[in-house]
Design a protein around this ligand. Structure first.
Ligand SMILES: [Zn+2]
Length: 264
């Protein structure tokens, strides 16, 4: 229980900060609380509504609210927004142009980051399965975490202020800026940065082959039979060229396309 649940709204009107996190009962933040500048309402299992009247909010944390479906587009003064792991949240409003920090990781319905958020310095959008791109207009970004985003294919080269990029386990990622000071791209097999060390991938390829021989075909299919893998192996510009392909063929010996087809 929090003060929303236990006190008349009239007693809360002057509040500029409010915290009802983890309240099991709160369903909606009262629209009368227009003086709020900071609102912590994370992990509220019943919360369905944040009113569009809270236009003075500069900071909002509504992480882990399983019933929350939207953030009002009127909250244009927000500089920090935490809305990660909200399974019903469908989008990030493009009107939140003052955002400096946005954490929307683990939101399964969020399919895009607005290109209007040009003040963003810190963006965490990892584990968003529908996210297809990082906008090239977010030129102030210093920290980007887009790990475990299966549809992202590149990180724009216009993001010249990136200090740290966490992009691990993005299976389709084929380019990241070279200037990032710290690059954490473990598990991205198709990055040029990783191609140079291609022989280091052979042990995992051989492991895949063993899995295949032991009947774990689903694992094998997921990793090997991707368009990215085929493109990587047969790209004429691929480092190692024919030599690597011959080496791969020799190492994988018995594996032939017709055998791969039988896994269907
Ligand atoms: Zn409450």
């Amino acid at each position: 229980m929090c003060r929303i649940c236990t006190e008349p709204v009239a007693d809360l009107l002057d509040l500029t900060e409010f915290n009802c996190h983890c309240c099991p009962d709160v369903v909606a933040i009262p629209p009368e609380l227009v003086n709020l500048r900071v609102l912590w309402c994370y992990n509220c299992p019943q919360l369905v509504f944040i009113p569009d009247t809270l236009v003075n909010l500069v900071r909002l944390d509504c992480t882990l609210c399983p019933l929350l479906a939207s953030i009002p587009s009127t909250l244009v003064n927000l500089t920090r927004l935490g809305c990660s792991r909200c399974p019903l949240l469908a989008s990030i409003p493009d009107a939140l142009v003052r955002l400096i920090k946005l954490d929307c990781h683990g939101c399964p319905l969020v399919a895009s980051i607005p290109g209007t958020l040009v003040q963003l310095d810190n963006l965490s959008c990892s584990a968003c399965p529908l996210l297809v791109s990082i906008p090239p207009t977010l030129v102030r970004l210093a920290i980007l975490d887009c790990a475990h985003c299966p549809l992202i294919t590149s990180i724009p080269s216009t993001l010249v202020h990136l200090d740290a990029v966490y992009c691990g386990f993005c299976p389709l990622l084929t380019s990241v800026p070279n200037h990032a000071v710290e690059l954490f791209c473990y598990g991205c097999p198709w990055l040029p940065q990783n191609h140079a060390a291609f022989p280091a991938h052979l042990p995992s390829l051989l492991r895949l082959q063993r899995w295949f021989r032991h009947g774990k075909k689903q694992v094998f299919k997921r990793v090997v039979r991707t368009r990215a893998f085929i493109e990587f192996i047969y790209d004429p510009a691929q480092i190692g060229g024919k030599a690597v392909k011959r080496q791969l063929e020799a190492e994988l010996g018995a594996m032939r396309p017709e055998k791969m087809q039988k896994t269907d």
